[in-house]
Design a protein around this ligand. Structure first.
Ligand SMILES: NC(=O)c1ccc[n+]([C@@H]2O[C@H](COP(=O)([O-])OP(=O)(O)OC[C@H]3O[C@@H](n4cnc5c(N)ncnc54)[C@H](OP(=O)(O)O)[C@@H]3O)[C@@H](O)[C@H]2O)c1
Length: 318
């Protein structure tokens, strides 16, 4: 049994604990918060037997075989570093860290020490993305890819009210690109590899970070446009166009309804069979990694995605 310690007490940690409950061979043993009472309340809510006050306390516990880090983005690197130093397998929320260079250095350190370090990019382990990959040959030569994740956040209201909030706070690594843009980007890299070039435009909001943006990625023989937003909603699906047909994807972070339209034929819908909790796949991947699976490809896709994010964040805010 792999005993997992959770860092962070927000709703995503709760969802993660639910996913752990659905996977054999893993259990949540301890929950860490910066505040002892919050740790206890959260542990009670998810049925974890023990708590810790802060990350160091968690890493020193003798009932933690792996950790899941769900703290603000800017805090990830120092927590990963501490976990790797302690020899504890680590699953870190997306985006894993704030730059590709930072990730590559941490992965190098983890590999030297023989410690698992995996990004909790749920899309990568989602049956929906695998289904999309399996359908690609039906499309013929791919010419256009259009992937989007645009969802207005309730926390944008805080920004509009003149308040700072973590996910939009540049000091904590907040950014709509880092929050939602990484899903279509990661899916793009998983499906098609690294583009030859990427050109981005980002729209700024009052908190000092991007609220939405678009990017055009250039591949040999096709282009990919990526759209992300935390300040507007969309009714549009993602889509992949090939010379022999197109595939519409309801949600690229967790594809559940695909519509395949072969050239000159009627569209037909395909339902993806997947667990209700979209974090189950990453928990299974963590278990495989702890049991010895080679995760170097996973780490490389994270590195490539972060390199693209680096380039996109270098563009000035419009
Ligand atoms: N996979 C997904 O679908 C998904 C969804 C949402 C978010 N995420 C990712 O999960 C991570 C957390 O996002 P979130 O929106 O949940 O963040 P958040 O609410 O701002 O913070 C998460 C937790 O981190 C701790 N924390 C807050 N501020 C901190 C600080 N300044 N220093 C250290 N710890 C701090 C808090 O726990 P304590 O106060 O109890 O210590 C809090 O519950 C991000 O990397 C985000 O991208 C993933």
């Amino acid at each position: 049994m792999i005993r997992i310690g959770i860092v962070g007490t927000s709703s995503i940690s709760e969802r993660f604990a639910e996913a752990v409950d659905l996977v054999d061979g893993v259990v949540v043993s301890r929950v860490a918060s910066r505040d002892a009472d919050r740790a206890r309340a959260f542990a009670d809510a998810v049925g974890a037997p023990a708590t810790a006050t802060g990350v160091d306390d968690l890493l020193a516990a003798d009932d933690v075989d792996a950790v899941y880090l769900a703290s603000p983005n800017a805090v990830h690197a120092v927590q990963i570093s501490a976990a790797v130093d302690a020899g504890i397998p680590t699953l870190v929320e997306k985006p894993a860290v704030l730059s590709a260079a930072e990730w590559d250095a941490l992965v190098g350190h983890a590999r030297e020490r023989g410690v698992v370090l995996l990004e909790a990019m749920r899309t990568a382990y989602d049956p929906g993305l695998a289904a999309v990959g399996e359908l690609l040959p039906r499309l013929g030569t791919v010419r256009r890819v259009s992937l989007r994740y645009e969802k207005r956040s309730a926390r944008y209201d805080h920004v509009l009210a003149g308040e700072q909030t973590n996910i939009f706070d540049p000091a904590l690594g907040g950014s709509a690109l880092r929050d939602l843009g990484v899903y279509p980007l990661h899916a793009l890299v998983r499906l098609f590899g690294a583009p030859r070039a990427i050109h981005a435009a980002r729209v700024g909001i009052a908190s000092g970070t991007d609220g939405l943006g678009s990017a055009l990625a250039v591949y040999d023989g096709f282009v990919a446009d990526i759209a992300w937003s935390k300040i507007t909603d969309t009714a549009l699906p993602s889509e992949i166009q090939g010379e022999d047909g197109s595939l519409a994807i309801d949600a690229i972070d967790a594809p559940r309804r695909l519509t395949l339209t072969p050239r000159s034929e009627a569209p037909h819908g395909i339902a993806v069979d997947a667990p209700d909790n979209p974090m189950v796949g990453e928990v299974e991947r963590l278990r495989e990694a702890v049991e010895g699976a080679d995760i170097s490809d996973d780490q490389d896709v994270t590195s490539t995605t972060l390199r693209l994010v680096d380039e996109m964040l270098a563009t000035p805010l419009a």
